[in-house]
Design a binder for this molecule. Sequence first.
Ligand SMILES: [Zn+2]
Length: 126
Amino acid sequence: MKLLFSRLYREKLTIEKMIKLFCKFKHYSNGRICNECEKLLRYAIDRIEHCPYSVLKPVCNKCPIHCYKKEMRAKVIAVMRFSGPRMLRYHPILAMLHLVDKQKSVHKINNISKQQNKEPIQKLLR
Ligand SMILES: [Zn+2]
């Protein structure tokens, strides 16, 4: 149920599955992810937890804020390119929910920026 109702939980679980899938195929890890991918996963989770949009967070590739450091951004893009198309096969429920999030989030973000003209969202960034 948490998977259905908690947007951030879903987001964290999705990135975890994507990084693990990437590591399994690219780094041939057995069950456990390698140190490099572990670092990327911790970083991604931290970014999600500090996202100024919080529960209204858009899916990352639609987010207007680029909160990743350059190096980490390049790594996560490689993960998404590889794991994205494979998610439907390995984690179909998460993949479907991600497609739903992709559709609805954009509207919500547009609403937020209209309501919060006084305080731009960028100001909330650390
Ligand atoms: Zn790895």
